[in-house]
Design a protein around this ligand. Structure first.
Ligand code: LLP
Length: 425
């Protein structure tokens, strides 16, 4: 069921008409549905029920405190990639014991912060990082739990910018080097080898590459076991895609189906080799939790006929939603109050001074200046990737819960944007 339905010819977020939100809070504004958020998280939680499993929401997809709070109360852990993200988890009341720390470039300060809060695990990506973490833990008199992010060299068949599991990517430890790297980790006195992880890419519509990666991890866990390195958890990463609504787009595999197949494989393996003893399973989903939870609400400023195409100039821009400019991503565009007749083909563009500032190409819209448009499925990698380019304040964020409307981030004022700058005296 869509949480952004049309009722009486007007798009709503749950029970709230979007024009009322635009009226009260202005545009551009991200509007999220709480029910959609809970539904998506529950699709993971329900498929994991009765198992030793942890869903660590990859908060880079959307790190608003209200979203983290809702997920934390539902039992989520968090996959973080910076000290800043850990501070957000803490500010939202999340449990650091359910936090895993991913990323290729963890600084000493970030390691200290994470160790001081006793996070669940560091997903380590290189030998130098192992040594640095061991040193920082030693200095603090602590032991850091580690997992190695292994690069299984699986083709995720997604956009090259968001594929991460191939040999050519900067991420993870090469599969062939994993054994030696685990031996190093096991030899360092302030590290405790806890698990293994991988993340092969994002917006995966088929789960075959993920299950192929799982086979590689299983093979490594068995080999390590023979050496006396026993792993307690297996983290398969995130990556499951969502439907963006483009014509001809393949439907993403359902979360329950993917997790069902994954657990079936894991159960068969554990039964065959470990007398059925379970292993804890961790997931790091981002987009599949928040992607279709939000729309970017924007107002048409001008309709501008051009020599070769027509432009629909809206008040949202690449600084608000970077995915089209950065990945040529296709985002759905819908009229909030659809009209009949006068349909034209438009490029939907923003006010930023770049030819790359577009949100959608070649869309047929019956539109008037002043109308509202909703850029669909903008809940993931929308607000978190936004910037202040052209000294544009970031959009407001609103969470709708039925007919209740909550401001979860105020719109930035231009004065906020230069508040940290100073003139030379
Ligand atoms: N775990 C790790 C280590 C990751 O790097 C990522 C995403 C995730 C989990 C979550 O992946 P997801 O479930 O969301 O696919 N900005 C791009 C996506 C970049 C993904 C980066 N890593 C986009 O807008 O498509």
């Amino acid at each position: 069921m869509s949480h952004f339905p049309y009722q009486d010819g007007v798009m709503h977020a749950e029970g709230t008409p979007l024009p009322a939100i635009a009226e009260q809070f202005g545009t551009p504004t991200y509007v999220y549905s709480k029910a959609a958020l809970l539904e998506n998280f529950d699709s993971y939680a329900n498929a994991c029920s009765g198992r030793e499993a942890l869903v660590c929401y990859a908060m880079k997809a959307n790190s608003n405190l209200a979203i983290l709070d809702i997920l934390a109360r539902r039992g989520a852990g968090f996959d973080i990639v910076s000290g800043g993200e850990l501070l957000r988890v803490l500010a939202a009341g999340g449990d650091p014991a359910k936090v895993i720390f991913s990323g290729v470039g963890k600084s000493v300060a970030e390691m200290r912060l994470a160790l001081s809060h006793d996070i669940l695990c560091f997903n380590v990506e290189s030998i130098p990082e192992l040594h640095r973490l061991n040193d920082v833990a030693a200095e603090m008199g602590k032991t850091a739990r580690v997992s190695l992010r292994v690069n299984p060299n699986v083709d995720a068949k997604t956009h090259p910018y968001i594929a991460t599991g191939l040999k050519a990517n900067k991420f993870g430890v090469a599969f062939d080097d994993a054994l030696a790297t685990y031996r190093t980790a096991a030899s360092l006195p302030h590290l405790e080898v806890a698990g293994i992880d991988c993340h092969i890419g994002s917006q995966l519509l088929d789960d075959a590459p993920l299950l192929e990666a799982l086979d590689k991890l299983i093979e490594l866990i068995d080999t390590l076991g023979h050496e006396g390195i026993v792993l307690h958890h297996l983290d398969i990463g995130g990556g499951l895609g969502i439907c963006y609504g483009e014509a001809g787009e393949a439907a993403p595999v359902a979360v329950a189906d993917y997790l069902g197949r994954l657990f079936e494989k894991i159960d068969a393996w554990r039964a065959a080799r470990y007398d059925g003893a379970p292993i804890k399973v961790i997931f790091e989903p981002g987009r599949s939790i928040v992607g279709n939870v939000g729309v970017l609400l924007t107002r048409i400023e001008y309709l501008k006929p051009g020599a070769t195409k027509n432009f629909c100039v809206v008040d949202a821009a690449m600084n608000d939603l970077m995915r089209p400019a950065l990945y040529q991503a296709w985002m759905g565009v819908q009229s909030v109050t659809p009209r009949v007749g006068n349909a034209e083909n438009y490029d939907v563009v923003g006010p930023v001074c770049e030819s790359g500032d577009w949100l959608a190409h070649d869309r047929v819209l019956s539109a008037h200046a002043g109308d509202l448009l909703a850029i669909m499925s903008a809940g993931a990698y929308g607000m978190t990737m936004s910037s202040n380019y052209n000294t544009r304040g970031r959009a407001a964020e609103i969470m709708v819960d039925g007919d209740q409307v909550h401001v979860i981030r105020q719109r930035e004022n231009p004065a906020d944007l230069f508040a940290l700058e100073s003139l030379i005296k």
